[in-house]
Design a protein around this ligand. Structure first.
Ligand SMILES: Nc1c(NC[C@H](O)[C@H](O)[C@H](O)CO)[nH]c(=O)[nH]c1=O
Ligand SMILES: CC(=O)[C@@H](O)COP(=O)(O)O
Length: 191
């Protein structure tokens, strides 16, 4: 379904896990600032609406969308967060630079999702013109920042559940004797 057939800001509030204990990082590109600020506001408000305290939301700015990769990587390395949202707006110019920036950011953020344990949500508009960006950052098609915040909550919850099930599996295996960990082993569970 294309964006023009859905509102990016609409979501079923009953389907959203409780997010009050999650911490979120948001890395925001300064290129096309009027658009990225609108996307950030959509994301920030959606997190607040789902009980995330503002003090649990960390914002960093980077020069452009290509720097979202490094910014997200350093946030993951230095901050205790349950998900990161990267926000950018790339608009077609006169040259092929658009293609390289879009492809580079897409692949870079994909790589972070593969290589690290914390989900990184892709909130980067890749538009033909500024009107398309306006329409998707609080305009007629809603706000992609809102969509990204909801995705971040859902992915943080999936990460939390996966971690808990892994721990339960270990406990079950230990209690059943199927898994034996030598004393002093780095795998030894500390109570
Ligand atoms: N043209 C756009 C850019 N270009 C800048 C790059 O993202 C990058 O900052 C530069 O190449 C230095 O590494 N960035 C956007 O976010 N949006 C654009 O439309
Ligand atoms: C995505 C870009 O870097 C692009 O907007 C820059 O414009 P131009 O291709 O005209 O240099």
């Amino acid at each position: 379904m294309a964006t023009e057939n859905k509102n990016l800001s609409e979501y079923d509030k009953n389907s959203i896990p409780n997010a009050k204990d999650f911490r979120f990082g948001i890395v925001v590109s300064e290129w096309n600032e009027s658009i990225t600020e609108g996307l950030y506001n959509g994301a920030f408000e959606a997190l607040l609406e789902n009980q995330v305290p503002p003090q649990q939301i960390i914002r960093w700015n980077v020069p452009g969308s290509f720097e979202l990769i490094y910014g997200a990587k350093k946030m993951l390395q230095t901050q205790k967060v349950d998900a990161v949202i990267v926000i950018g707006c790339v608009i077609q110019g006169q040259t092929k630079h658009f293609d390289f920036v879009c492809e580079g950011v897409t692949q870079g953020i994909k790589d972070l999702n593969v290589q690290t344990d914390v989900p990184v949500i892709f909130c980067v508009l890749t538009d033909n013109n500024i009107q398309q960006s306006i329409d998707r950052s609080g305009g007629i098609h809603g706000n992609k920042g809102t969509e990204a915040a909801i995705a971040a909550i859902k992915m943080a919850y999936i990460r939390q559940q996966a971690s808990m099930s892994h721990h339960i599996d270990n406990q079950h295996l230990l209690s059943s004797g199927a898994l034996q960990i030598e004393e002093g082993s780095p795998l030894e569970l500390k109570e």
